[in-house]
Design a protein around this ligand. Structure first.
Ligand SMILES: O=C(O)c1cc(=O)[nH]c(=O)n1[C@@H]1O[C@H](COP(=O)(O)O)[C@@H](O)[C@H]1O
Length: 233
């Protein structure tokens, strides 16, 4: 199956480069984009990212930078030079941090999309309340507006917030949604979940899916069946 501009970003949450490359060899860049997060990056580092880019994949480097503005700005600049397609920061790092990150990417010949994590999809209202924050339905739009004002390209949010955010932030503002669970798959540590079909219908631009694909007995068949379910939408 070949998909133009695949909406699925597979989270390569593997322990080592060999497992990640074995997965990358089974699929292809027309079928999915790939995400390298903290586990795999800590194990395999920038060399693995460059290998995936070299194989033609659009890579989302998900290191969720959250630090003082200068540190984050320099980190996203280095990420851009790895040739990644997308990189993220935490919106809760604030306006000055996001503006510094955005400015740092100006002039980079291969500027990746810069997006901000709003509220992690593992968190619910009770988690936020004990940190003195309002519920996701309030906090996510607030952080998404801030990211938009900082001229970021989009946010990471739950698909549960996608419909509201598309109206609030406009159709060009990318909504990247983890916490995607096909019917019947375990939620695990995710709280704000949605099926792939409902997420796309709600306005999500990209669906981040990890364990339901990578831990499936036949990951390629699972990926293709999710694509088939999306094709009708
Ligand atoms: O930035 C992310 O990618 C991210 C943000 C978020 O709010 N929630 C979230 O689950 N993620 C990532 O998305 C992936 C979800 O994986 P699964 O829960 O296995 O589908 C993981 O790699 C997470 O690190």
């Amino acid at each position: 199956m070949t998909v133009h501009d695949p909406k699925i970003i597979v989270a390569l949450d593997f322990h080592d480069a060999a497992a990640a490359l074995a997965f990358a060899d089974k699929v292809n860049p027309a079928l999915c984009r790939l995400k390298v997060g903290k586990e795999l990056f800590t194990a395999a580092g920038p060399a693995l990212v460059e290998q995936l880019v070299g194989r033609g994949y659009e890579v989302f480097l998900d290191l969720k930078f959250h630090d003082i503005p200068n540190t984050v700005a320099q980190a996203v600049k280095v990420a851009a030079r790895l040739g990644v397609w997308m990189v993220n920061v935490h919106a809760s790092g604030g306006r000055k941090m996001m503006l510094a990150a955005r400015d740092a990417l100006d002039g980079e010949p291969n500027r990746p999309l810069l997006i901000a994590v709003t509220v992690l999809t593992s968190m619910d209202g009770a988690d936020l309340a004990e940190m003195g924050m309002p519920e996701p339905a309030v906090q996510v739009p607030l952080l998404a507006r801030l990211a938009l004002e900082c001229d970021l390209d989009g946010v990471v949010c739950s698909a549960q917030e996608a419909f509201v955010l598309k109206k609030l932030c406009g159709s060009d503002f990318k909504l990247v949604t983890p916490g995607i669970r096909p019917l019947g798959s375990a939620a695990g540590d995710q709280s704000r979940v949605m099926t792939p079909e409902a997420a796309l219908e709600a306005g999500a631009d990209y669906l981040v899916i990890g364990r339901p694909i990578t831990q499936s007995a036949d990951p390629v068949a699972t990926l293709q069946s999710i694509h088939a379910s999306l094709a009708a939408i």
